[in-house]
Ligand binder design. Structure first.
Ligand SMILES: Nc1ncnc2c1ncn2[C@@H]1O[C@H](COP(=O)(O)OP(=O)(O)OP(=O)(O)O)[C@@H](O)[C@H]1O
Ligand SMILES: [Mn+2]
Length: 449
């Protein structure tokens, strides 16, 4: 009998241990997960931050949440505590040479532009016998795009704590448009439409400059494929689609803080603020454009949707058109940089440019000592420029963008000025492929800022 009782006791003990283990490892975490307040949405916290208009605090030393679930001994925790991750924002700006624009000169220039726009608009309406009661446009100094322009400095396109960016994103998303036109580089093609060229067939890169009621401007890149569609395996990078959502994601990654304001990943702030918008192609493009060529490329599809082409309708293939549903078309809007008349920029071919034809390799692909050659030739002989190129290569590796043929810099900030991370539409094409060759500037030069 005592033996039987001991067995029962053992069985009870074993069951107790199993129950405790189940509670601890299985049920417990599930209950904790359920009860945890939803203070942070899953995914990139930047998206959440972009939606809030609250100014972000500068360089706070908040210990990050425990992303690896680790306690005090966690390696990630130790990494985040490293001074490199807690670098304060660059030293304060000292004088006019640190800002891209001289305020009074820029405001005079923009006032003249508004006056000219009002004059031309009145004449345009008179010619078409249009009577509208629209009052002339007024320029307001506190408007977000002017504040964005005035805030560009040698440290970046905007500062970490700038409240202007969220206001600008909001305005680009909601303000009505007052004009739409082709971008300058498309105009430079003069409608030339060579469908035999695979590199730059006008019509594939359909993009428009939209102007808003506050006189701000943005580059509109329409959605050309479903948001989650990947680059087909047999596509070369130079015939890959342009993804409007890659432009938006690149903006967030470029400035991204992960989980806590003190853990910064890239913290470049070199992509112009970019946001998504559903654009009514009839009301917000066709009805406001004065460009007759743009007006002429609109048509109604067999499915009764409003569509438009780039400059050369019907010469190139019809699948290059984009269509609303029936009027609304999703796209990205990238805030315009200050006019080239106020802030000239240099466009420089990337030393690590890829071959844009089917044949041949570039020197960097075959010469492991290529960096030595690059370093000897101006402007890449400046160490700052090379470090900036390596920064951009890391950014492009993370987005998977193989299409960085040129880069632009503001001439005012000289050879060591930051590179503007413009044109990220060919990033994020393959979710499960890392293109290590994009890191060649880093692996060949072995330097990092
Ligand atoms: N936000 C912006 N502000 C001012 N200019 C811009 C902006 N975005 C683009 N541009 C100008 O328009 C040019 C073309 O833009 P982008 O490179 O994004 O288009 P693309 O169709 O991919 O051109 P490409 O075929 O040359 O790569 C840029 O080189 C730049 O000079
Ligand atoms: Mn491009």
């Amino acid at each position: 009998m005592p033996g039987l009782r001991r067995d029962r006791l053992r069985t009870l003990l074993l069951l107790g241990v199993l129950l405790a283990a189940d509670l601890y490892f299985h049920l417990g975490p599930r209950v904790r997960r359920r009860l945890r307040p939803r203070e942070r949405p899953p995914g990139c916290p930047c998206a959440h931050r972009a939606a809030t208009s609250a100014p972000r605090p500068a360089a706070r030393h908040v210990p990050p949440a425990e992303p690896d679930g680790g306690g005090p001994g966690s390696k990630l925790r130790a990494l985040f505590a490293h001074p490199l991750y807690n670098e304060p924002e660059k030293p304060p700006l000292l004088g006019p040479e640190d800002s891209l624009l001289a305020g009074p000169e820029a405001l005079r220039y923009y006032r003249r532009k508004v006056a000219r726009w009002n004059r031309r608009h009145r004449i345009y309406k008179e010619q078409l016998n249009l009577t509208s009661l629209d009052p002339p446009l007024q320029l307001h100094l506190e408007t977000s795009w002017i504040q964005f322009h005035l805030g560009i400095s040698r440290h970046g396109l905007y500062s970490r704590s700038s409240p202007v960016v969220s206001k600008l994103l909001h305005d680009m998303r909601h303000l009505p448009t007052i004009s739409a036109d082709y971008s300058q580089d498309e105009k430079a093609l003069l409608g030339a439409c060579d469908c035999t060229q695979i590199v730059k067939p006008s019509g594939v890169h359909l993009k428009l400059v939209l102007r808003f009621s506050d006189f701000g401007k943005a580059m509109f890149k329409p959605m050309r494929q479903l948001r989650d569609e990947e680059t087909p395996e047999d596509f070369f990078y130079f015939i890959d689609f342009q993804r409007h959502n890659a432009e938006i994601a690149a903006f967030h990654l470029d400035r991204c803080e992960l989980g806590s304001p003190s853990f910064r990943i890239l913290d470049f702030r070199r992509v112009p603020p970019t946001v998504g918008r559903l654009v009514n192609v009839t009301k917000e493009i066709l009805e406001v454009t004065k460009n007759e060529i743009l007006q002429s490329v609109f048509f109604i599809s067999p499915a009764s949707n409003v569509c438009f082409f780039a400059k050369c309708p019907y010469l190139c293939k019809t699948e290059y058109a984009v269509c609303g549903n029936p009027h609304l078309l999703e796209g990205s809007l990238s805030a315009f940089l200050p006019s080239l008349n106020l802030a000239p920029r240099l466009s420089v071919p990337s030393p690590w440019i890829r071959s844009y034809s089917l044949a041949g390799k570039e020197e960097w692909e075959v010469n492991p000592l290529y960096c030595d050659t690059v370093k000897q030739v101006y402007p890449h002989s400046s160490s700052g420029r090379l470090l900036n190129i390596i920064d951009m290569a890391i950014f492009d590796f993370l987005t998977g963008n193989m299409d960085r043929h040129h880069y632009e810099t503001f001439t005012k900030f000289g050879d060591d000025g930051f590179l503007i991370h413009l044109d990220n539409a060919r990033g994020f094409g393959r979710h499960s492929h890392d293109e290590v060759s994009i890191l060649s500037p880093l692996s060949q030069c072995c330097r990092l800022s």
